[in-house]
Design a protein around this ligand. Structure first.
Ligand code: 5AD
Ligand code: SF4
Length: 469
């Protein structure tokens, strides 16, 4: 165990030395960087680490990609359209590079973990300078150094993850809230999903590393954290000293100054009674749980390798609602998984109606080469899938509206996030349930948790007024 800590510590020191060295040549040149993030919250959080490294080296952020001397795309491959977007954008970067020959282009993230993508980029996108994957983003400074030293395209993709490197710089999007990785990778191999192939096996961070990161964040003004993992409910099982996710939350809850705790994503098969008890009793856990069900058909769930039935999912929801009647539930749903019949689809609609989700991410099934579902027979015709998708959205919108309207006249604590983008007399923030609310207020409220009375509701946002309790 000691050895792992030493390697991780040494590696982080090594990277910091490279950052320091690079900063001597970069700082004075006032070079600008731009990071584009595709995909999930995990990627968004990874991008904060990339930004941390780049700013440590001396790059200055710019919102305008065209102005940047260093452009990096942190990619996603969960669905095909995310990949197509990256290829499209890469094509136009070629012109930027013609105008600014010294600019560097780096690609990282999930797409890069696929051999076919690397060959395509080597063949067609020779203007790219650095390629790395999901396991070694902490090495960005070293990869830049190698690119500058050799003048050649640098490709560094790891099949697997070695140790978790702690304590690297990071630039947070918000000063008052932050995501915190508690684990990496996934062991579930849902048959449609590429994530286990590109993010590797499950690895949990040690609780003491997580707690000390959160304490530092709180000391730096953070009041809300989101614990991130592909399947947070199986956190800690493979540690040398195993600990459950429920226990981890209880420990985090002790941190003084921390006001709100969120987590995502939960896999229904691993959400324990112990966690439901913490959901019942916790003072800091927000009343929002993201609980993907993917399909309401037990037959399809089986083919998806989800390891629960429609009835088990509904029972789990019942227990959560009983523990926390004000809970807001959100979910992920896939439409058009191979073999999906009208009856299977109606089971999905039935779950949506029974649970009454506050919000849902709905996806049209996308074939991912290398996953078991890609070669399943009975792929569903596109027009059938689209029709089901639209019908599902209608049901979801209606329910989301109903759930929003139920909040009108109630008063809720809101963490104020930013000045409203359309109207600068308004500020926008989130309830514990994660609903977005806009209300009159000044920018001094940003980062504060204030009571807001809800005055009206739309499907996906609320309007309110700041009140004194
Ligand atoms: N096609 C469509 N949606 C997918 N997801 C994962 N893989 C696929 C795929 N091949 C969805 C799931 C998951 C979310 C992050 O992305 O709903 O929960
Ligand atoms: Fe993909 Fe399933 Fe793992 Fe989620 S739990 S990342 S859907 S394999």
């Amino acid at each position: 165990m000691k050895k792992t800590i030493d390697i991780s510590h040494e590696e982080s020191l090594h990277q910091k030395q490279i950052m320091e060295k690079l900063s001597h040549s970069i700082k004075d040149k006032k070079l600008k960087y731009h990071v584009s993030t595709f995909g999930c919250q995990m990627n968004a959080h990874d991008s904060e680490k990339l930004k941390g490294i780049l700013e440590q080296i001396g790059y200055i952020p710019t919102e305008v990609e065209k102005e940047a001397d260093f452009v990096i795309y942190n990619t996603c491959c969960v669905r095909e359209n995310a990949e197509q977007k990256v290829y499209g954008r890469l094509g136009s970067l070629k012109n930027n590079k013609k105008r600014n020959p010294n600019m560097l282009i780096a690609l990282c993230g999930c797409m890069m973990q696929q051999d076919t993508v690397i060959s395509e980029i080597r063949k067609t996108y020779k203007h790219v300078d650095i390629l790395f994957g999901t396991h070694n983003l902490y090495k960005l400074a070293e990869l830049i150094q190698t690119r500058l030293d050799t003048g050649k395209m640098v490709i560094d993709i790891w099949e697997n993850h070695k140790e978790i490197v702690e304590d690297l710089p990071s630039i947070r999007k918000f000063s008052f809230k932050s995501s915190v990785n508690i684990m990496f990778g996934c062991n579930n191999f849902c048959t449609y999903c590429i994530v286990p192939y590109v993010r590797g096996r499950e690895r949990s961070r040690k609780p003491e590393d997580i707690i000390s990161e959160i304490k530092e964040l709180v000391a730096d003004g953070v009041v809300e954290i989101t614990l991130l993992g592909q399947n947070v409910n199986s956190y800690g099982k493979n540690l040398d000293n195993p600990i459950t996710f429920a226990k981890l939350i209880q420990e985090i809850e002790q941190i003084e100054g921390l006001e709100r705790i969120r987590f995502m994503t939960s896999h229904p098969k691993d959400l324990s009674d112990e966690l439901i008890e913490v959901i019942r009793t916790s003072k800091k856990l927000c009343n929002h749980i993201h609980l993907p069900f993917q399909s309401g058909s037990t037959n399809l769930l089986n083919k998806m390798n989800r390891k629960y039935t429609k009835e088990q999912y509904l029972e789990l929801v019942r227990k959560i609602k009983e523990a926390r009647p004000d809970v807001a539930l959100t979910t992920d749903i896939i439409v058009g998984f191979p073999g999906e019949t009208e009856e299977d689809f109606l089971d999905t609609v039935d779950v949506v109606k029974q649970v009454e989700f506050d919000n849902a991410f709905t996806f049209i099934y996308s074939i991912r080469t290398g996953t078991p579902a890609a070669t399943m027979e009975e792929q569903v015709p596109e027009e059938v899938t689209k029709d089901r998708f639209n019908r599902l959205l209608e049901v979801l919108n209606e329910i989301a509206y109903k759930k929003s309207v139920e909040k009108v006249s109630g008063t809720y604590d809101v963490l104020v996030e930013h000045v409203n983008r359309q109207n600068d007399n308004l500020v926008s923030g989130r309830l514990g349930s994660n609903n977005l609310v806009h209300f009159e207020g000044s920018k001094d409220l940003i980062g504060k948790i204030v009571p807001v009375k809800i005055t009206s509701a739309k499907s996906y946002y609320l309007l309110g007024e700041h009140v004194t309790k």
